[in-house]
Write a new protein. Structure first.
Length: 261
């Protein structure tokens, strides 16, 4: 039985091997009989062969007005700033106050009473190429040493004289503004009043009397009825030599204006 099965198995294997050899030969003959295929050329599209233009592309037409050049705007800005910063005739007029002064001061606490009299010393100088007048002031007040500092300016923008004052008898800054007619300079503003606990209206008037003498008058509310009265007057005389009076001290052609009204 085993021999019969072995014989059959051998025959099957032989037949399978023969078929495999026959199939391989047939496939080889088919490959040999095939003709080689010629590659087909692809026809380019019309867009691909269109010549490239060498003319630069033009931007779309702008119907709006062109913007102002940056350099022109900067030039206009510089022009306006130069007009604002350049010292004028009003700044030149402040030269009148430059130098050292001694003052005879009178002060009134209430209207109608005799004044308290003191001596005061002041020294003025121009800084920043004549743009600002700085004053240093000293003396005695109520038996105590007194020190003060002032700044005067003329704004080319507002056309106003601007004045500030600080001293060791307070902690605030007194700011006034006004105009001058060349001889009389009137300034007004508000001042801290510790007695009333609020700010009060004040006014100061500087009058040039001659080349070496000027008068300062200060006005404020009366502690009795609140009406304005003169509470201080100082007559200043130049020391250390004389100086010609300017043609338009303190404001040139500007008009004297009471800014409290």
């Amino acid at each position: 039985m085993c021999c019969v099965m072995s014989g059959k198995l051998g025959m099957v294997v032989g037949i399978a091997a023969g078929l495999a050899v026959l199939g391989g030969g047939v496939m080889a003959m088919q490959d040999a009989n095939k003709k080689p295929q010629t590659p087909t050329a692809t026809k380019p599209s019309p867009e691909a062969v269109k010549p490239v233009s060498t003319t630069p592309a033009q931007p779309p037409a702008d119907t709006k007005a062109p913007a102002q050049p940056a350099d022109a705007a900067e030039a206009e800005m510089m022009k306006k700033w130069m007009e604002y910063m350049t010292p004028s005739a009003e700044h030149k007029a402040m030269e009148y106050y430059v130098g050292e002064w001694v003052g005879d001061m009178k002060m009134w606490q209430v209207p109608g009473q005799p004044p308290q009299e003191e001596k005061t010393n002041s020294k003025f100088e121009l800084i920043m190429d004549g743009r600002y007048l700085i004053g240093e002031h000293s003396g005695q007040f109520m038996g105590m040493p007194f020190q003060g500092r002032s700044t005067m300016a003329y704004s080319n923008l507002t056309k106003l004289i601007q004045h500030t004052w600080i001293d060791n008898f307070g902690t605030g800054i007194w700011i006034t503004t006004g105009k001058s007619d060349g001889k009389v300079c009137t300034l007004a503003g508000k001042m801290d009043d510790p007695m009333s606990g609020k700010q009060v209206d004040t006014r100061e008037v500087m009058t040039i009397l001659d080349a070496n003498t000027y008068r300062l008058e200060m006005f404020g509310p009366s502690p009795i009825d609140g009406k304005e009265f003169k509470n201080m007057e100082v007559t200043y005389r130049r020391t250390g030599g004389t100086k010609p009076a300017p043609g338009a001290a303190g404001g040139g052609a500007t008009k004297n204006v009471d800014t409290t009204k």
